[in-house]
Design a protein around this ligand. Structure first.
Ligand code: MG
Ligand code: MG
Length: 250
């Protein structure tokens, strides 16, 4: 069942999303060659706790960290480690979740580490564009497939692979609520209504669609080893324009 959030729930979610955005603001500054993904995790955890929120991912299905850090061919769910050091030319997707007042904000962003290749720049630019195209369809009166199709069209235009096993999701009292949102058309005619909140999160690949889960049972990588990018916002549908919940508040 897809629930619609009350005014009070939305207020708390907006605050959770602001805290997630604070983490991303800091990640943007500290991502550089030489830093370990464990250090990134420590910084994120500190910001979340200082803001009286809970790191949503920590302990979720046994996940051992506060953020997911996925580098290059890693798509999602990479585990921070002191042994993983960022190097020039990498791209890193950082996924952040914060729970405030019982409500969750969820947002991922991909970052360049120093100078990156033109191909990686294009991958990141287009994946972000596909997120924005999907968000623009998050309006009462549309259906879920409108969001999925908008993402798919951008990916297809640039001949990028689409990760099909993972996708967006309702979010609120818990991180994963109904509905599941595909990043390509599946014919889902579920109507979008005001008060619905969905984490929209395209994952696009420079190569093919296929993915593998590594032996750590978390890290998802592209089968062909080509780079992948991931962008995600938590988004509220209204009777007018969609509202981004995971940006900084004024
Ligand atoms: Mg996320
Ligand atoms: Mg998510």
């Amino acid at each position: 069942m897809i629930n619609r959030k009350s005014r009070d729930e939305i207020k708390r979610m907006r605050h959770a999303g602001h805290i997630v955005a604070l983490v991303h603001q800091e990640m943007k500054k500290v991502v550089e060659p030489g830093i370990s993904t464990k250090e990134l995790d420590n910084i994120a955890m500190k910001i979340i706790k200082e803001n009286k929120a809970i790191p949503t991912f920590l302990g979720y299905a046994g996940f051992p960290a506060s953020i997911c850090t996925s580098i290059n061919e890693q798509i999602v769910h990479g585990i921070p480690s002191e042994n993983v050091i960022l190097k020039e030319g990498d791209i890193i997707a950082i996924d952040v979740g914060a729970t405030y007042g019982g409500m969750v904000g969820d947002s991922a962003w991909s970052y360049a580490v120093g100078e990156i290749s033109e191909d990686k720049k294009r991958l990141m630019r287009v994946t972000e564009e596909s997120l924005m195209a999907g968000i623009a369809k998050m309006r009462a009166g549309n259906v879920l497939d409108d969001i999925s199709g908008a993402i798919e069209d951008v990916a297809n235009r640039e001949k990028l692979g689409i990760v099909r096993r993972y996708g967006g999701h309702g979010v609120g009292h818990s991180m994963h609520e109904d509905p599941f949102l595909f990043n390509y058309r599946v014919g889902d005619k579920t109507p979008i209504k005001s008060g619905m909140v969905i984490a929209i999160e395209p994952m696009l690949n420079l190569g093919g669609d296929d993915v593998i889960v590594l032996d750590d049972e978390w890290t998802v990588v592209t089968k062909d080893g080509m780079p992948s990018a991931h962008f995600e916002h938590t988004v509220l549908a209204t009777d007018g324009d969609p509202i981004l919940m995971t940006t900084l508040m004024d």
